[in-house]
Design a protein around this ligand. Structure first.
Ligand SMILES: Nc1nc2c(ncn2[C@@H]2O[C@H](COP(=O)(O)OP(=O)(O)OP(=O)(O)O)[C@@H](O)[C@H]2O)c(=O)[nH]1
Ligand SMILES: [Mg+2]
Ligand SMILES: [Zn+2]
Length: 302
């Protein structure tokens, strides 16, 4: 029997079987030994084969199909080992907000680079727009302009009041999508707004720092009544590129990647080389300084 991993709590792996039922499973020991690069040998979104022993209510995962793609984060800040956030994704959405807890531009860019690094199309959803002041709405217009020019769609929602929710529901139809972002950005609240029949836990912000309280502790894939699957994830502080060549970073900034054919050197890093099209567009204003600064910062970090 085949199914998709929808939740993994450490002790049990919940698999959604083809007929829509959910089965608690264990993983055959061999997988745990094979995969030393990742802390979790089986990830949300994995397509698996399951065997059920007659008379047993639980299943045994016997095979994990090769992943089309996956997105990872570092297991811990300095770790070389990574944790697979989810696999076999059609699209990754960053749930960002300019209200509390504000998502920085640097974080947005790191998310976009991570998604591009693993060849997962990405977009940004600016949530909590009900809380934006006039100034913040202007900032949002500027950011939308920058990111849409770079090649990323931007959406605006209020999980609280329902603005923009129908549009997101339509985007998710028949796809497997990931919601990622800081704790407290409203990932779970937005899922609830998209499909009120679902019940992901929704948190509150801390009194003092107005940050999220890490309410969602395990990633979980939900099935939408409007068709489609959405992976809710725990809030994340930072993304990190692992096993990733520095020379691949320019590819992960689509607006720079598009200009590469016009650079004098075909492996231009857009930093010190003469005849660099990115740097000349930077001066003309068509490549955003904000994005370029993130690019340099990511390049320096890796
Ligand atoms: N005003 C307003 N509050 C929102 C909105 N979306 C979410 N919230 C509130 O923000 C808080 C955090 O929401 P969650 O959905 O739990 O956030 P999360 O991103 O899932 O956080 P973690 O699970 O900790 O990663 C809750 O108090 C929500 O009610 C919104 O659009 N507007
Ligand atoms: Mg949550
Ligand atoms: Zn260049």
């Amino acid at each position: 029997m085949e199914g998709i991993v929808v939740k993994s709590t450490g002790s049990w792996i919940i698999v959604r079987m083809e007929d829509g039922t959910r089965l608690e499973c264990k993983l055959k020991g061999q997988f745990r030994m094979q995969d030393i690069k990742h802390t979790n040998p089986v990830a949300i979104g994995d397509r698996v084969n399951v065997e059920v022993v007659k008379g047993d209510s639980h299943g045994m995962i016997t095979h994990i199909r090769v992943r089309d793609n996956y997105i990872i984060r570092k297991a811990t800040k300095l770790s070389k080992v990574s944790h697979i956030i989810a696999a076999n994704l059609d699209h990754a959405y960053l749930i960002a907000t300019l209200a509390q807890p504000r998502t920085s531009n640097g974080f947005i860019d790191r998310f976009l680079v991570t998604a591009a690094a693993y060849y997962i199309p990405a977009s940004i959803i600016f949530n909590k727009i009900d809380l934006y002041s006039h100034e913040l709405l202007e900032t949002l217009d500027e950011l939308t302009y920058i990111y849409e020019n770079a090649g990323y769609r931007c959406y605006r929602t209020s999980a609280l009041h329902g603005d923009g929710v129908v549009q997101i529901r339509d985007l998710l139809r028949d796809k497997v999508s990931l919601f990622s972002g800081h704790s407290g950005a409203g990932k779970s609240a937005l899922i609830k707004a998209i499909d009120p029949a679902l019940n992901p836990r929704i948190g509150v912000l801390s009194e003092v720092h107005k940050k999220g309280m890490h309410t969602t502790t395990f990633a979980e894939m939900y099935e939408l009544a409007s068709r489609g699957f959405i992976v809710d994830t725990p809030g994340i502080k930072e993304f990190g590129l692992i096993d990733f060549e520095k020379t691949e970073i320019p590819r992960c900034f689509p607006e720079m990647d598009r200009l590469l054919p016009f650079c004098q050197y075909k492996n231009c890093s857009h930093t010190h080389e003469p005849g660099c099209a990115v740097k000349s567009e930077l001066e003309n204003g068509s490549v955003s300084v904000l994005r370029y600064n993130s690019y340099i910062s990511i390049l320096n970090d890796s």
